[in-house]
Design a protein around this ligand. Structure first.
Ligand code: C2E
Ligand code: MG
Ligand code: MG
Ligand code: MG
Length: 292
């Protein structure tokens, strides 16, 4: 046992080593132990309405507070867990943390919602709904509506019937979904009508390229038009600058997330950020862009 923990302690977390089976096994073991030893933390990125200047909620984003390597972004460790049971365990940890945070906020009268990212494997679990209900039963006083689940277009399309079923069942529990990174998959818009998803998050690449290329503005304009017809909410991701914000407002897209509004942060930073953002003159000016 001592030998094992010693080995774990010195296992440098390196995606390169995942090329070998043994390397992948060691990485999975290390991540499993991180879960057991509470080395994961959630950071929260605010989602705002740029016109009403309200904070609608936050997205929970997992980080690994690695004892030697510092704070690791999910891209460094989540891909290793793909297709392993461990990804479901991590996913449940994230949901439970979010529910704990929501409970804390609700007891303080803070009405924020939390969006949690759900992996493809989680969504494919036959007992996804049961497990979610089980988790929520741990927090009976909580408003289920304050939890939102984000799924990638690609994971929804892997088994669209299963995705549609889960989404409808969750809706009955008052838990809604958002479609994440919209536009990066093989999006044929027609599948949207089969998915009862109220919110679509436009991928950051659209926002990034919008200012570089007029074609992208037209594409985005078209997407927004379709979403309005389909009565879906739209959130733009990757709003890094005031120019991005202004261009989105010009197109009638008011809900946004991005580094230019707030970076993901520990929960303790949210109150100070909010105060700062509400008083920011540039952001106050963005809110005055005429309605289209
Ligand atoms: P996502 O769900 O699309 O989350 C947005 C990602 O973009 C986050 O990266 C966030 O930090 C980053 N981001 C936000 N605003 C900006 C911006 O203005 N510019 C740029 N360049 N980036 C921005 P992060 O935290 O590294 O997460 C990456 C992805 O990992 C997430 O993409 C999500 O797919 C996945 N992920 C994160 N947490 C979890 C989790 O708890 N469970 C699962 N299954 N996946 C997660
Ligand atoms: Mg997301
Ligand atoms: Mg996204
Ligand atoms: Mg993404």
């Amino acid at each position: 046992q001592a030998k094992l923990s010693g080995k774990n302690r010195f296992h440098v977390f390196d995606a390169e080593s995942d090329r070998t089976l043994r390397g992948q096994h060691a990485s999975l073991e290390r991540i499993r132990s991180a879960l057991q030893h509470q080395e994961f933390v959630l950071h929260y990125q605010p989602k705002v309405n740029m016109r009403t200047r309200t904070v609608l909620g936050v997205e929970a984003l997992i980080r690994w507070a690695h004892p030697q390597q510092g704070l690791l972004a999910p891209g460094h460790f989540l891909p290793v867990t793909e297709n392993h049971r461990l990804s479901v365990d991590i996913g449940e940890w994230v949901i439970r943390q979010a529910l704990l945070q929501l409970t804390d906020w609700q007891s303080q009268g803070i009405g924020l919602s939390i969006s949690v990212n759900i992996s493809a494997m989680q969504l494919q679990q036959a007992d996804f709904l049961e497990r979610l209900q089980h988790l929520m039963a741990e927090f009976p006083q909580l408003q289920p509506h304050s939890l939102e689940l984000e799924i990638l277009e690609t994971s929804a399309l892997e088994d669209i019937a299963q995705a549609a079923r889960v989404i409808a069942q969750c809706k009955a529990l008052d838990v809604d979904f958002a479609l994440d990174d919209f536009g990066t998959g093989y999006s044929s818009l027609t599948y949207l009508k089969r998915l009862p998803i109220p919110t679509v998050k436009i991928d950051q690449s659209f926002v990034r390229e919008m200012l570089l290329d007029q074609d992208n503005v037209h594409i985005l304009d078209g997407i927004l038009w379709i979403m309005r017809q389909l009565k879906r909410n739209v959130v733009a991701e990757g709003v890094e600058t005031l120019e991005h914000a202004r261009a989105l407002m010009d197109l009638g897209c008011e809900m946004a997330q991005g580094y230019g509004i707030a970076r993901p942060m520990p929960v303790a930073g949210l109150a100070a950020w909010k105060q700062h953002w509400e008083q920011d003159a540039d952001w106050q000016a963005i809110a005055l862009v005429p309605r289209t």
